[in-house]
Ligand binder design. Structure first.
Ligand SMILES: *[C@@H]1O[C@H](CO)[C@@H](O)[C@H](O)[C@H]1NC(C)=O
Ligand SMILES: *[C@@H]1O[C@H](CO)[C@@H](O)[C@H](O)[C@H]1NC(C)=O
Length: 475
């Protein structure tokens, strides 16, 4: 079960262990003893959400099947605020599984992009034709060896699907309407150095980033696009070596393992499924069947059968319910938080540096896009104190907006949005803001102080910098 570091660095399949952070409404009593309204939930729809955790409902949210335009809170600020910079972190869109269930036929899903197949987006054909003229100079090596859009009639393992492309075309279009049309973030004659683009070396992340940009930019000019390559899923660049982070991770994995052992229904379910496909239970579990089952589920393809029977919805529900319980315990035990604070520091540090430069009036990198994985977004959410946020669904987006107060031009504020929901005042660096300050927005300094110092205080150590926190003795 122990995932080696390679897995953490290279794949996004470890999500089984980190799945579905669940937001539970918390009824709080205010000072007068009057029960205030439930805290605003992160993402779920209050009308349709069932009162108790429903594994099927959770799985549907995870699929993020494109439908009508969603509500979103990006770009909302008092009118005397001016939008200065936007940093976007995305998870790639819907993809084919990374694993096969042993001895079964893999789901037949077509990864070519076809206009008369659902889900469809009006920009889909133009996207394909533009991508096929792609320019090799737009990518840092080794990205230039990757295909620019999915194209296999039977998807390859981990390949982005048409659903995944449409999800990000939609994200891009939504952000364009808000940031470009409404707030004029980029001038009409924008140039290369106003964008900062970075992706891991997987085709699904590069293609997701391209689809989002294609929906976002009014003129997708290949000469102005430059994607950097990021070898680490934590986007930690030159600062990946952090022994204490790995120790937190090992303890977290131990916790997961023990929780799983306690769940006899889960063990029974794996046993039944192993019988159906006729392999030892251990082998089935190692094949991470839920990854494949979710693909069947999201694409409405029935679960596989053998002559011994069929894998079914009952199995799926048991595994999915366990994931939700695992998330709950993960939040309580805080080992993952320790991992996240160290794991997310480098990318948050880089983001804060960029926001500070923008606040100083520099015009470079005013729009940044990181095309990433669940194992990227999940630690960032956790580190920011958004432990109630759900596990990153396909095409999840986490956004940092920087605003300038026109009435006090030296003052800058940040807003944090997750899947279109304003979560600024759920973050650990701004959750007390309303109590202490009359200002309607969260000051940039709060985020800076958190990333440069308070993150390490939150680890409960005496370290005040990344290097010391990573090399603490006797942890
Ligand atoms: C899923 O598939 C079943 C049968 O294959 C079909 O009846 C149903 O309408 C499909 N649901 C959706 C949402 O496409
Ligand atoms: C954080 O940013 C500073 C620049 O402000 C840089 O000198 C430092 O190396 C960065 N640290 C990490 C761990 O990324």
């Amino acid at each position: 079960l122990i995932i080696n570091n390679r897995c953490i660095l290279l794949c996004d399949s470890c999500w089984l262990w980190w799945h579905s952070v669940h937001l539970i409404p918390v009824s709080t009593a205010n000072k007068n003893g009057v029960s205030s309204k439930s805290r605003k939930r992160i993402m779920p729809d209050p009308v349709t959400e069932p009162p108790v955790t429903d594994p099927v409902y959770e799985a549907l949210l995870y699929c993020n099947i494109p439908s009508v335009a969603e509500r979103s809170m990006e770009g909302h600020a008092p009118h005397h605020f001016k939008l200065v910079s936007v940093n976007v972190f995305i998870r790639h869109g819907d993809r084919y599984p990374l694993y096969v269930i042993p001895k079964t036929k893999r789901p037949e899903i077509d990864c070519t992009l076809v206009a008369n197949r659902k889900p469809y987006h009006p920009k889909l054909e133009a996207f394909v034709s533009h991508m096929s003229k792609g320019s090799g100079t737009s990518f840092e090596s080794p990205l230039n060896s990757l295909p620019l859009y999915p194209n296999h009639p039977l998807c390859e393992m981990g390949e982005l699907t048409q659903t995944g492309v449409v999800q990000h075309l939609q994200n891009g279009q939504l952000l364009r309407d808000i940031y470009l049309k409404k707030h004029k973030l980029l001038p009409n004659d924008w140039s290369t150095d106003q964008l900062y683009l970075e992706t891991t070396g997987k085709s699904r992340t590069l293609q997701s980033g391209l689809a989002l940009l294609y929906g976002f930019l009014p003129d997708f000019d290949w000469k102005k696009i430059y994607f950097r390559h990021q070898p680490s899923a934590l986007f930690c660049s030159g600062n990946c070596y952090c022994p204490v982070r790995n120790q937190y991770l090992e303890k977290e994995q131990r916790r997961q393992y023990l929780l799983r052992l306690k769940n006899s229904q889960l063990e029974r379910t794996y046993g039944e499924m192993a019988k159906i496909v006729d392999v030892p239970t251990r082998q089935l579990r190692a094949a991470n069947p839920v990854d494949s089952m979710l693909c069947h589920f999201c694409h409405n393809v029935s679960f596989p059968c053998t002559r011994n029977g069929c894998i079914g919805m009952e199995h799926f529900k048991v595994i999915k319910t366990h994931q939700i319980e695992d998330e709950r315990e993960r939040r309580e035990k805080k080992l993952y938080l320790g991992y996240s604070l160290l794991g997310a520091h480098p990318i948050l540090n880089q983001t804060v540096n960029r926001l500070q430069r923008a606040a100083e009036g520099r015009k470079e990198e005013i729009f940044a896009l990181y095309s990433a994985h669940d194992v990227t977004l999940s630690p960032v959410l956790s580190a920011l104190g958004l432990s109630e946020a759900r596990f990153p669904r396909f095409a999840a987006r986490l956004i940092f907006e920087l605003w300038q107060d026109r009435e006090k031009p030296s003052e800058h504020s940040v807003r944090i949005l997750y899947n279109g929901v304003d979560v600024t005042f759920h973050t650990s660096f701004c959750q007390d803001h309303h109590k202490r300050s009359p200002k309607p927005m969260c000051p940039l300094e709060n985020l800076v102080r958190f990333v440069k110092r308070d993150m390490f205080v939150a680890l409960g150590s005496s370290s005040t910098n990344y290097y010391d926190a990573c090399h603490r003795e006797g942890f």
